[in-house]
Ligand binder design. Structure first.
Ligand SMILES: NC(=O)c1ccc[n+]([C@@H]2O[C@H](COP(=O)([O-])OP(=O)(O)OC[C@H]3O[C@@H](n4cnc5c(N)ncnc54)[C@H](OP(=O)(O)O)[C@@H]3O)[C@@H](O)[C@H]2O)c1
Length: 411
């Protein structure tokens, strides 16, 4: 992708983008709706998919009057229909489950889908949206980790743009506009290092969920916050970057940058390095993806401008893989191929939930994943159903590993 592929200013026409938001009640979903609130002449909400938060889904129906909304289960959908009826609203179609999110993502009038359901729960709807030719703003990283090869192939086949919302990949996407893909030597994904960057390794065993949920720079959903504390999040981003930018793992580097000011960098073959700097606010990468290939002017009201005069220090250092084994495991999984990345993601989701419930210690997360990876074999998946099967197998394996670890720990 180079600048010569972008329309000239004179060719720009302001078209209203018609949005489906998958994961509308989450952190990214709410930030996307806040952008729609700021730019109502550019972005129109057509359909929403939420999980279990019926109060938030109800409030979103009142505010946005979507054509269709999906909830995780049939009983939640029925409750929402009753609540809407009591308000005199009968023209919103309420659907549920995977079929419901697929309907939300593939409505004919939708032309842009924000994929922000957490975990593989968002996979089928995202894949369906790609196959239906929708432009995708991709926040959900688990989709590319578990089914990256299939999604990228489908995007090529249907000539669909996958625009990254994850801030690091969004930064890389922006920097890539400075050169041709063949001119890229390597990319550098920055990482804050999370809350335990300087914690003595001896104390890692006693880290509590409350401590791990305090991210130094970003406010995010629970799973991604714990993934940031273990640096598995950076590992997922390495895999995501390999898929999105068609690079081998050795050309995707990571660097600890505690200020989280530079969101990532692209190093070109001539020695130039381009970096992207902006406020740490997810509304900015969301707006970039929604507006691409244009850039939308923001005002003081959105508070998205970065005050360069306040910038005094930028530190970069290599990550310590003994402190953060999850990052090493992610590099190993992407190199191994086959079903390893599916197992990595599934085992992590189960281990993070067990940690949050106090069933395993912080270091139980990488231990569980490493054991599951050792027990995983098999060819790359040929379909999304294969991915979901392998995901279920890896989850069951992770639960067994945890049950054993837990029993041993209690003895
Ligand atoms: N937050 C960030 O800054 C950030 C940055 C980069 C990438 N991401 C990625 O973006 C995705 C979303 O992150 P987040 O922080 O927004 O997560 P979050 O706040 O936990 O929100 C997750 C969303 O997914 C919905 N959901 C969960 N299970 C569902 C199901 N079975 N069916 C339908 N919807 C379901 C939730 O609905 P309910 O709340 O109604 O249950 C909620 O709307 C993740 O993949 C994350 O890795 C997030």
């Amino acid at each position: 992708m180079t600048s010569q592929h972008l329309p000239s200013n004179s060719a720009k026409i302001k078209l209203v983008k018609k949005l489906a938001i998958l994961g509308s009640t989450g952190s990214i979903g709410n930030s996307t709706l806040s952008i729609c609130e700021s730019f109502p002449d550019r972005y129109q909400v057509i359909s929403l998919a939420a999980g279990n938060n019926i109060d938030a889904a109800f409030a979103q129906c009142l505010r946005w009057r979507p054509k269709v909304i999906s909830l995780a289960t049939e009983s939640l959908a029925e409750s929402l229909i009753s609540r809407l009826k009591a308000e005199g609203i009968t023209n919103i179609e309420v659907v549920h489950g995977t079929a419901g999110s697929i309907r939300v993502a593939t409505l004919p009038e939708v032309n842009f889908v924000v994929s922000a359901i957490v975990g593989v729960a968002g996979l089928e709807a995202t894949y369906a949206a790609v196959c239906a030719g929708k432009t995708i703003g991709l926040a959900n990283k688990e989709c590319l980790v578990a089914a990256g090869e299939l999604i990228i192939a489908a995007a090529k086949q249907h000539k669909v743009a996958l625009l990254p919302i994850d801030s690091e990949h969004n930064a890389v996407h922006q920097c890539m506009r400075g050169g041709a893909p063949a001119e890229v030597k390597q990319i550098w994904l920055t990482a804050s290092g999370g809350p335990f960057r300087n914690t003595p390794i001896a104390e890692f065993e006693h880290i509590t969920p409350q401590q791990a949920l305090k991210h130094p720079t970003w406010v995010m959903g629970q799973r991604i916050t714990i993934d940031s504390a273990t640096m598995m999040n950076k590992g997922f981003e390495v895999i995501e970057a390999c898929r999105l930018f068609n690079l081998p793992a050795k050309q995707v580097r990571t660097t600890i940058h505690p200020q989280s000011t530079v969101h990532s960098l692209v190093e070109f073959v001539d020695g130039s390095i381009l970096a992207q700097i902006s406020v740490t606010d997810m509304r900015l990468p969301i707006l970039y993806a929604l507006a691409y290939p244009e850039r939308v002017a923001v005002t003081e009201k959105e508070s998205l401008t970065f005050d360069l005069t306040t910038l005094s220090q930028l530190d970069f250092s290599p990550p310590d893989l003994t402190r953060f084994p999850c990052l090493r495991l992610a590099y190993e999984a992407v190199e191994a191929g086959g079903k390893a990345c599916i197992a990595l993601n599934a085992a992590d989701e189960i281990a993070v939930a067990a940690f949050l419930e106090g069933r395993i210690p912080f270091l139980g997360i990488p231990r569980t994943i490493e054991t599951v990876l050792q027990l995983t074999s098999g060819q790359s998946p040929a379909s999304i159903l294969d991915v979901l099967d392998a995901d279920l197998v890896a989850r069951a394996c992770a639960r067994e590993v945890i049950a054993r670890q837990f029993t041993v720990a209690r003895r």
